[in-house]
Design a binder for this molecule. Structure first.
Ligand code: NDP
Ligand code: 2IT
Length: 451
């Protein structure tokens, strides 16, 4: 087939997938972004198309939707919807986080699960892809309410997961506290100490050192590798970071450690800009200990910081940008602003935070762009190391885990870089990540037959 024929075939496949999965715009966006880059590899390897690989890759192996009833502290009954999409297990057990946020629906879980398949393949660690969550809103809920919700959620989920089957972890709204309640309920129902069934566990009951830090640290390592390609490093770079949760906080911690200066953070209420650089101890106290808002940071920090309600954090001038909150938080207009202000590299801590239009603008302007499925893979990679530690009943030192994380992120960067070059798109990390992830999953699926 010629390039044009392949592109036509992909376009009609995409139209079919869109029609078959109505009202799932985020899933369509994620699929489109991958299919758009696959033409060269499908031409080079016609056996992929013959084996119906794209059709199979875009259809989850299993989709589970369930009722999650729970009682609040006043005894009122609430009903939420729970999801677990087991997308692809060609490379290993389904692996991916759980998101608790009111915006969660099947389309969002499917976009996240689809991305996870390629991301997990890029780690090289033998993990398939899945994602789950609920439209439950944890904001303002007491510990007891969170616990009852998690227990109810796990009362259904437990029958679908297991250390060799499907291994959930955290994502937005799910951290160590929630993983603790989920793990406790799993243990109670199954009467098994099965540490490898969940990752992101606490220290002392099966968790891995550096897992809380891993996504943010890994993203900064990916950013550093992109800068190195351009003959630069992080020293002295001003960074704009969005979000103020797990990924954002440890992104800032690593940026500071490597000599860069993060000057912003945000939440859904607005953003903070701090001329002296973010005071991480204060931010951690407010977000991790008090579970407060970034507006409180500005109130307590003094004259160097101000809170901009409902503002776009991307209007703050910076050398590098690390979106670390949520999908589609950085659009074409934001990209234009960043480019005008001289941004030279963007690396995605969040999943699909940059709209397709913004990605296009960055790439045309020569801004290095690291897509989430490569740049934020450090989190799931250390989850896989947590599973390894659980299987062998050992725990590694922080230094050992960090060393592994460093190696894995360098490998992912090299793989994406070399793959892009091999397929005639030098410097295009989106193409490199998609093709490299695809080849690994596709080869395993080919070998395992039509299932
Ligand atoms: P957290 O729940 O710890 O933090 C989420 C942050 O994003 C908060 O600041 C939150 O603000 C903000 N946010 C969430 N939803 C929205 C929204 N709809 N609009 C505006 N702001 C929003 O989550 P994480 O830090 O774990 O996750 C952040 C991103 O990183 C997500 O895209 C996640 O999928 C991705 N990711 C996470 C990994 C992990 O290991 N945790 C691994 C790889 C990727 P507010 O409190 O106001 O909602
Ligand atoms: O998006 C992600 O990679 C995560 N939320 C982490 C998944 C995991 O299994 O650690």
């Amino acid at each position: 087939m010629t390039r044009l024929d392949t592109k036509d075939a992909l376009a009609s496949l995409y139209a079919e997938i869109e029609g078959r999965n109505p009202a799932q715009p985020e899933f369509h966006q994620a699929v489109h972004e991958v299919l758009e880059t696959l033409a060269p590899v499908l031409e080079a390897r016609p056996e992929y198309a013959e084996a119906g690989l794209i059709e199979r890759l875009c259809e989850p192996e299993r989709q589970i939707i369930f009722r999650v009833p729970w009682q609040d502290d006043r005894g009122r009954v609430h009903v939420n919807r729970g999801f677990r999409v087991e997308f692809n297990s060609a490379l290993g057990p389904y692996k991916g986080g759980l998101r608790f946020h009111p915006s969660v629906n099947l389309g969002i879980v499917k976009f996240l699960g689809f991305e996870q398949v390629f991301k997990n393949a890029l780690t090289g660690l033998g993990i398939g892809g899945g994602k789950g969550g609920s439209d439950f809103d944890p904001r303002g809920r007491s510990d007891a309410e969170i616990m009852r919700f998690c227990q109810s959620y796990m009362t259904e989920l437990y029958r679908h997961i297991g250390e060799h089957t499907d291994v959930p972890a955290g994502d937005i709204g799910v951290g160590t506290r929630e993983i603790g309640y989920l793990f406790g309920q799993y243990r109670r129902i199954t009467n098994r100490w099965e540490a490898g069934v969940l990752t992101g566990k606490g220290q002392g009951w099966g968790g891995s050192l550096i897992r809380p830090e891993a996504t943010g640290y890994g993203n900064v390592l990916f950013m550093a590798a992109m800068l190195r390609e351009r003959g630069e490093d992080l020293e002295g770079q001003t960074a704009v970071v969005s979000g103020s949760g797990n990924v954002a906080i440890y992104t800032m911690e690593k940026l500071i450690a490597l000599g860069a200066n993060p000057v912003t953070c945000s939440d859904s209420g607005g953003y903070v800009v701090d001329d002296k650089g973010i005071d991480l101890e204060l931010l951690k106290q407010i977000k991790e200990v008090e579970r407060g808002r970034v507006s409180e940071y500005a109130e307590r920090r003094g004259a160097s910081a101000r809170f901009v309600p409902n503002g776009r954090v991307w209007e703050v001038p910076a050398d590098i940008a690390l979106p670390s909150a949520t999908q589609n938080e950085l659009d074409g207009k934001d990209a234009e602003t960043l480019i005008r202000n001289g941004v030279k590299a963007v690396s995605e801590g969040a999943n699909m935070p940059t709209t397709p239009e913004a990605v296009q603008l960055f790439q045309s302007a020569g801004v290095a762009f690291g897509p989430g499925k490569a740049a934020n893979a450090g989190g799931v990679a250390v989850s896989a190391l947590e599973m390894t530690q659980n299987h062998s009943r050992t725990s590694w030192t922080a230094a050992r885990v960090e060393e592994e994380l460093d190696r894995i992120m360098r490998d992912i960067h090299t793989t994406c870089h070399e793959t892009a070059e091999r397929y005639g798109a030098p410097g295009d990390y989106v193409t490199g990540a998609n093709i490299a992830g695809f080849e690994r999953v596709a080869d395993a699926m080919l070998a395992q037959g039509v299932i």
